[in-house]
Ligand binder design. Structure first.
Ligand code: SF4
Length: 330
């Protein structure tokens, strides 16, 4: 493991039992996450993209052990989060934070925002009591919240301001890793840009590491250093932002990219329309799970699961089109 990697996820699996025998033994599973591997360098952002139901949110929640891990390892600063005791995990919680999609439902309507931001700061004794109020006001200022709002309630704020409150509540704990689950998808586009810029500014100032989960490729492009693309519980492509956006390889990534609107009115979009719906994760297709929607599907795709291979330095893809060097140049 590189010392630079703050998080290394290897072969992560999360299965949910759906049928049980008379004796309560699980007989079949929904494989929500089925062998996902990636790493994140300290102070950088990894974007995780895919359609709804691809398992990206489950990856985030399983890393934090909000769902128990079925298999694989989650190394955070070298410690395996999937195996440590719940007591030790509780002590590490301030270092591992999550920002949710819906800022309103994740804020208590009965507490003023200063208390919401400071509640866990008190519990985890992040600063001495005497410095508490000054510290919370500083965090609010860092997150673009005015000090006179300290005693106001969440319903008095707009969606963007509420997401700033959620961000302030997370960063007040001085976290090392923040998992952001669709943090801007409930907001208007202009507000989305403000929140993304705030997150980037905080990262520059305090060196936070983000796992940024989103279905929106343009948002992911704006904030990420590395990008992983998920389909039906698997990572199908992974690489630097430049390699994924300039040279997408997997047919699924190409289809997602083709749907991203361009600001140039003269640009002719060649949209790739995916046929059919996402198959049921309880009964996925054999071989490559994307084959029922892929326009390049070959015989081998039904029989063999494609390997997740490195095609160029740091750029991995799981597709039989890239089984040998010659085919990569096609
Ligand atoms: Fe398409 Fe086959 Fe590649 Fe799957 S392995 S994405 S079906 S070409």
């Amino acid at each position: 493991m590189s010392d630079e990697n703050i998080l290394v996820v290897e072969d992560l699996k999360k299965y949910y039992p759906i049928n049980k025998s008379l004796f309560g033994k699980p007989q079949s599973f929904v494989k929500a996450v089925d062998g996902v591997s990636f790493s994140i360098k300290k102070g950088t952002t990894m974007g995780l993209v895919g359609e709804s139901g691809c398992g990206k949110t489950t990856v985030g929640r399983t890393i934090l052990r909000l769902h128990e891990v079925t298999g694989g390892t989650v190394l955070f600063e070298g410690k395996d989060l999937s195996k440590i005791s719940s007591g030790k995990l509780r002590k590490m919680r301030p270092q591992l934070q999550m920002i949710f999609q819906d800022p309103y439902s994740s804020l208590s309507p009965r507490m003023p925002i200063g208390e919401i931001i400071g509640e866990a700061v008190k519990v985890h004794k992040i600063v001495p009591r005497s410095e508490y109020r000054e510290y919370i006001l500083q965090v609010m200022q860092d997150c673009g919240l005015q000090p006179q709002w300290y005693s106001r309630y969440p319903h008095e704020f707009s969606g963007g301001q509420r997401q700033r409150i959620c961000i302030a509540r997370s960063v007040a704990l001085k976290p090392k890793l923040i998992i952001c689950d669709e943090p801007v998808s409930a907001l208007d586009v202009s507000i989305q840009a403000q929140i993304i810029n705030l997150m980037k500014d905080l990262q520059t100032q305090f060196g936070y590491t983000y796992l940024f989960i989103s279905h929106d490729l343009s948002v992911v492009e704006h904030i990420s250093d590395e990008v992983g693309v998920m389909y039906l519980g698997n990572m199908v492509e992974y690489g630097s932002k430049t390699s994924i956006f300039k040279n997408p390889l997997h047919p699924y990534t190409k289809a997602l990219m083709s749907a991203v609107p361009m600001p140039d009115p003269d640009y002719k979009m060649n949209r790739i329309i995916l046929k059919g719906d996402i198959p049921s994760p309880a009964n996925p297709p054999s071989g490559c799970k994307f084959r029922t929607r892929c326009e390049h599907c070959m015989e081998i795709c039904a029989n063999k699961v494609p390997e997740f291979r490195e095609i160029e330095p740091g750029h991995r893809v799981a597709c039989h089109l890239y089984n040998d060097k010659e085919s990569t140049t096609k």
